[in-house]
Design a protein around this ligand. Structure first.
Ligand code: G4P
Length: 535
């Protein structure tokens, strides 16, 4: 017990939640520069540009090599070892984006100063809320005109239902942006545009009434004084406990592109964000300090060579210590596996890993044997919870052009559903395959892989579903009645769970009111079948 304590406590595993264009890539790059993981600005950006130059499948295919390495970026900062898990956000927004958040210990929310809270951030926040993930906030692009800082905080509080506590406060914005005042260190940081790697120390100003402040900020000194007086009156003070429970978010202001305000936030992040904690399994909570190794798969990525069905499963380590060549049990299939060549993800490369600790992510090569949510552990039978399926928002019907390939289609879709590429539903009334996704690119990937890996010749047809919920009830009679009356809207997913598919949120709300006693779930947790630890 506890022989890995030092390593666990210095790890920070997090993801960034934001809406496209808020500045996630720019901020990531600055963080990696501080960590010394990349040498020059532009490295992450260049990859992103390549990635979005075209959205066709071949481009995605070529990009796989890169996206594997950018999926997890590991870097060191001060005494901390940081794992930054990428949350794909543009066209490649998908269930993976949600699932990454099931594998982090905290999140960083980036908000565009001019836009406030946007849709994708709201969606990702919902996922964070499922596990009460602590969230730190960076309000970006203060070098441009935007919303008044208090209005942004209001926007966050009302749309995301989380209390904001500013730890820094901006002095002006846009052309009048002079810098930020760090409220807990009582330091004024003056803004200088274009600072790629430079970082200037703050000026200690314990007492805002000093005349130095007027000399530095001119007429804006009084504005700052008034702002600080106001927020000290209205904002709740930082409370570590509230932050760790996901009820309060500390807020920093800055400009990622100018590398301004980033270091202060990073310092506060490593000091306050949680190290890996206990993780719930079906039977008990597993502490990271326990000696036996355990971990779970949260993402599966097809590798470069489709012919070999070569996959990398991303495993988040939850306890113990991973060592190269060690054995663990793959519980769902009841087999021992030897981890002879696990990969660890560095910011700019994949490396063979000799040892890894809770919070780290290792990549395990396999040929399609690992499913999302699979648990690996050294001794005890464990099944980690909290890696659900998320209700799809887009749907397509698959039309097979060559009926001789029906078996291939079934096999392909089963595999792709297990990998989490797409969700597969079969209506109880009919033989169709209805695919569901949270991002449209998932359909392109599915079709390209069905063709290239399974020899399936098929096309999509639109289908008039826009909402899905998994349905369940404690009352079997009620459930049977519900199914009977809504037969044309009931479908069974790849794990045999029943879902209600419908045309609109309005229809869903109507149905929910009509059927008290039936639960309509936005996520589906592990199935009964998994709970049996089948051998
Ligand atoms: P994302 O990953 O969240 O999608 O955002 P990304 O970092 O790519 O940033 C989106 C745009 O916002 C980029 O501009 C980027 O340069 C800009 N940006 C990021 N941080 C700041 C900031 O602090 N201030 C200002 N003014 N702009 C910022 P772009 O025009 O889309 O790309 P580029 O031509 O600059 O590369």
């Amino acid at each position: 017990m506890r022989n890995n304590k030092k390593e666990v406590d210095r790890r920070r595993t997090f993801g960034i939640i934001s809406h496209p264009d808020a500045g996630k890539t720019t901020l990531t790059e600055k963080l990696l520069l501080y960590g010394g993981a990349i040498q020059q600005a532009g490295a992450v950006k260049a990859r992103k540009a390549e990635r979005y130059a075209t959205s066709d499948w071949m481009a995605v295919e070529k990009e796989r090599g890169i996206s594997v390495t950018t999926s997890v970026m590991k870097f060191n900062y001060r005494d901390f070892e940081i794992n930054l898990l990428d949350t794909p956000g543009h066209q490649d927004f998908s269930e993976d984006t949600y699932r990454v958040l099931t594998a982090v210990d905290s999140a960083l929310m980036v908000i565009d100063n001019a836009k406030g809270v946007e849709l994708q951030t709201e969606k990702l926040m919902e996922v964070c809320r499922m596990r009460n993930t602590p969230i730190m906030t960076f309000i970006n692009k203060l070098d441009r005109e935007g919303m008044a800082p208090l209005d942004i905080l209001d926007d966050i509080e009302s749309k995301l239902q989380i209390e904001c506590t500013p730890l820094s406060w901006p002095v002006g914005m846009g052309k009048r942006f002079k810098g930020v005042y760090n409220l807990y260190k009582k330091e004024l940081h003056l803004f200088a545009p274009g600072g790629e790697t430079r970082h200037r120390e703050g000026i200690l100003i314990n007492d805002l009434s000093v005349s130095t402040l007027d000399e530095i900020l001119g007429s804006q000194a009084d504005e700052l004084r008034a702002d600080i007086e106001l927020i000290e009156g209205v904002a709740d003070p930082f409370d570590l406990g509230h932050y760790l429970k996901g009820n309060q978010t500390p807020v920093f202001f800055g400009s990622a592109i100018n590398n301004f305000g980033v270091k202060e936030m990073l310092d506060a992040f490593v000091e306050t964000a949680p190290a890996p904690g206990s993780r719930a399994s079906v039977t008990r909570d597993v502490s990271p300090y326990e000696e036996p190794f355990s971990g779970f798969a949260f993402k599966i990525q097809a590798n470069m060579n489709p012919a070999h069905r070569d996959r990398i499963a991303f495993i988040r380590i939850c306890s113990g210590k991973f060592t190269r060549g060690m054995k663990a049990v793959h519980h769902r299939i009841g087999k021992d596996v030897t981890f002879s060549n696990a990969t660890i993800f560095m910011a700019n490369a994949c490396e063979n890993v000799a040892e890894a600790y809770p919070g780290d992510i290792i990549g395990i090569h396999n040929h399609g044997t690992i499913k999302i949510g699979d648990t690996f552990s050294e001794k005890e039978l464990l099944k980690f919870c909290g890696i659900p399926n998320f209700a799809p928002e887009f749907f397509r019907k698959v039309i097979l052009k060559n009926p001789m390939k029906a078996k291939h289609l079934q096999k392909g879709l089963t595999h792709l559903a297990e990998e989490g590429v797409v969700q597969v539903f079969r209506p109880v009334a009919g033989n169709d395959y209805i695919l569901g996704a949270v991002g449209l690119l998932q359909f392109d990937i599915t079709m390209a892989r069905l063709t290239s890996e399974y020899g399936v010749d098929a096309v999509y047809e639109p289908v008039d579903y826009h909402v899905a919920r998994w349905v369940a009830s404690d009352d079997p009679k009620k459930m049977a009645d519900f199914e009977q009356k809504n037969r044309s809207n009931i479908a069974v997913d790849a794990e045999g769970a029943r879902a209600y598919l419908t045309t609109s949120e309005w229809q869903l709300d109507y149905c929910i009111k009509e059927w008290p006693g039936i639960a309509f779930n936005k996520t589906r947790e592990i199935s009964e079948k998994d709970l049996l630890f089948q051998k």
